[in-house]
Design a protein around this ligand. Structure first.
Ligand SMILES: [Ca+2]
Length: 310
């Protein structure tokens, strides 16, 4: 009996000691870890990344570019260009871009209008001749549509994300994601000013065709410069300290007459750009379009050597 009591007492003591030790130990551990994070932890006061390769801060990048507009109604633009950026910080820079479109690339819609379009007395000014004819092989709808011939822009660039991409966990490339916004001027070519009377588009010839004069008005183009906002987003992939590629999407919004047709005139209040076709092709026939493009660039960073953070 006495023995049993002794064992009971020892067991109780052990249990109490364990509970005390656990409580005390956990208490000590939790207060210590909280202090380590705040004051003495290994990451306290350290930079987010060590030995980071600096691709942008204090450097220029020069990029030959090639771009292609998307979802155009009547003609696509193929932009061959050059872009240059300078970065004050790794995440902030300024830049300029200039590009020229050497090609007139008709969309399928333009080809279809050329093949199946009908010219009547009602639309003779808008479509003097649909496609090439024996008398006028060099005329047709594809000659009256508008083209973006060149563009120049200045932008502010932000680089909110950077890091590494891995391909099948075997190829790693340094990368960054950038967004930019700025102002552009576009060199536009549109059907030149004309009207039904001066173009002689009021009546057909004896064979039911448009007059030579009317068809000449289809071929006359005028150039002008349109200012517009420009913005976009891109991804840079760096092969080494001085070379990489960029994949970019950029967009702009401006008003023009891409079809070269008589779309509208003044309404009954004299407001331009509304109302019915007025027998005149001019700025009132312009409408606002969203033009966007994809662009591939070759990145050359200067100076070629890059800084590496501590
Ligand atoms: Ca008009």
């Amino acid at each position: 009996m006495k023995l049993k009591q002794h064992f009971f007492a020892v067991g109780t003591m052990r249990t109490l000691l364990m509970i005390t030790a656990l409580t005390f130990g956990v208490g000590v551990a939790s207060s210590a870890s909280a202090q380590e994070v705040q004051i003495t932890g290994p990451l306290a006061g350290q930079p987010a990344v060590r030995h980071m390769r600096v691709f942008r801060a204090g450097r220029f990048n020069v990029m030959p570019t090639i771009g292609y507009t998307l979802q155009d109604e009547f003609a696509r633009a193929l932009f061959v260009g050059l872009e240059a950026n300078y970065h004050f910080l790794d995440w902030l820079g300024i830049g300029i871009w200039a590009a020229y479109n050497p090609a007139n690339i008709d969309t399928d819609l333009t080809s279809q209008i050329g093949a199946t379009g009908q010219t009547t007395d009602r639309n003779r000014l808008s479509l003097p001749q649909a496609g090439p004819s024996a008398a006028h092989p060099g005329a047709g709808f594809s000659h009256q549509i508008g083209h973006i011939r060149w563009g120049v822009s200045a932008h502010l660039m932000f680089v909110p994300l950077r890091g590494k991409l891995s391909l099948f966990q075997s190829i790693f490339v340094d990368t960054d994601l950038y967004i930019f916004a700025g102002v552009a001027v576009w060199g536009l070519e549109e059907r030149a000013y004309t009207d039904t009377a001066t173009a002689g588009c009021g009546m057909a010839t004896a064979t039911g065709q448009s007059t030579d004069q009317c068809i000449q008005s289809q071929l006359a183009q005028a150039s002008r410069v349109a200012p517009a906002p420009i913005f976009g987003v891109g991804l840079s992939l760096y092969a080494n300290s001085w070379f990489g590629i960029s994949l970019e999407w950029r967009a702009t919004v401006f008003s023009w007459n891409p079809s070269g047709t008589d779309e509208s005139g003044h309404n009954q209040h004299g407001q331009a750009g509304s109302g019915f076709p007025d027998g005149v092709i001019d700025g009132n026939d312009s409408r606002t379009t969203f033009t966007h493009m994809v662009q591939l660039g070759l990145i050359f960073n200067l100076p070629p050597d890059q800084a590496i953070t501590e």
